[in-house]
Design a binder for this molecule. Sequence first.
Ligand SMILES: Cc1ncc(COP(=O)(O)O)c(C=O)c1O
Length: 430
Amino acid sequence: MTAFSTRQVQAGFVPGAVQNSAVPPIYQTAAYEFASLADAADIFALRKPGNLYSRSASPTQLLLEERVAALEGGASAVGVASGQAAVAVTLLALVGAGGHIVSANQLYGGTVDLFQDTFADFGITVSFVDQDDADAWRAAVRPETRALFAESVANPVAQVLDIGLVADIAHDAGVPLVIDNTVGTPYLIRPGEHGADFVVHSATKFLSGHGTSLGGVVVDQGSFDFGAQPDRWPQFTAVYPRLGDVVLWERFGIGQAFAALVKTKYVHDLGPSLSPFNAWQILQGIETLDLRVARQSATALAVAEHLAKHPKVAAVHHPGLDGNPWHALAERYLPLGVPSVFSFDLNGAEDPDTQARVGKVIDALEVVRLVANIGDARSLVAHPASMTHSHLDAAQRAAAGISLNTIRLSAGLEDPADIIADLDRALAHA
Ligand SMILES: Cc1ncc(COP(=O)(O)O)c(C=O)c1O
């Protein structure tokens, strides 16, 4: 296998296949013309590979899937319209009505919304546990549990997951571990190497890298054997009626059956398809992933070290800092650096005036921008309690490590001295 940086720019692309283009083209077409009706029928029945309709996939998307799978060391991948869609279709395919998920408390707020609200409408229940509590993970597993879920490095407080530990608990329970590696990025951490079976990304963040395009990807590591307990996984091991007498596990096997189900059922029926243009933008971003992430991580650590000494800052939640509760896990799981998304708490009590006090600091920033995004080339802040995590109640926020004084920062590519000077200027308003 070639090195990470080589895979970043080359994996999956065959140059010259069409019009000698050296760089992947955008196939901006809604549909594809078939050579014959017999050909169309074979492609629709998945008897033969081929382009069909862009709700299913485009060649630009297929290349993105191959590239992200190559970066995560996975067997196959599915690209979708957003990270939110990637989490949703992955768990719908694994769990289904009547099923149960055990999830970490420490999650992006949109995932909490999906788990406790929309999934409840679909008859899927979720138990939330402290991600560091192995006994809580084990105790929450039920006979109808079909997946364990967590983020490799959590948004926004940057708790580092002991992936190997949770993977062992999942596998003892006979279910796969799904890891959201959006904040981690495959450059800094590949959850599959530590036992995760499925890895999801909001490609909107570091993979795209420039804040231009929404996208999501799920990678099947090819490690989970749905055939070992066939009664638990009828979606793979029983006849799949929409393809006649086909059993996905027999036709596609380990590493491919999951993608076949996600594409032919959930993306096909619900329609969260990735636009070819966005797939292309994300491919473009991936070509510089390692360079950006290394620089942003170094910048974030420098900013965190500065904030840790600042008299207006009560706490800095960056696992690269000595004394952070996840420092040892960061050293074990993140040898190339800690991700550039972290949080810090301003001094002060949590009271009805806190938001206004935090607003004085945030509104005074000039270089660092107030934006509900992360992984952009620009440095961004957010106030999780009133933005990304505003649907959580106080107990849920506390369990995720978020207070009313917490500000999330995603370090960009600006000069670190400008970011630090901007924060110092704004903190004078605290
Ligand atoms: C960790 C994580 N997962 C998933 C998502 C959802 O991704 P998207 O906004 O692309 O739908 C986000 C978005 O902020 C995120 O931070």
